[in-house]
Ligand binder design. Sequence first.
Ligand SMILES: [Zn+2]
Length: 101
Amino acid sequence: MKRVYLAADLADAQIAPDWLGMRGIKARVFNTHATGGLGELAATQIWPEVRMDDDADAEQAVQLLKEIHSADAAGSKLCPQCGEENPGNFLSCWHCGQALS
Ligand SMILES: [Zn+2]
């Protein structure tokens, strides 16, 4: 259960397992309910984490996750269903859930 990504928020964390899953790598988000500890725990202890199901995939996962973040620079996508603007690295619309191409 190696940690491959520490996300600043839950929405950011949930992109990673989708992105990796499309490439055949299983990962899960942990700490999804830890924000209640804010103020008692260090901020980095409550951030959502993405951990590997199989640690053998960790190195490849880290590489793929770097691609997500370099895709940020690629701009935004408009949702074909509702027209909302989504960051270029989103796989589905934040507003209506429509898959983005
Ligand atoms: Zn939409």
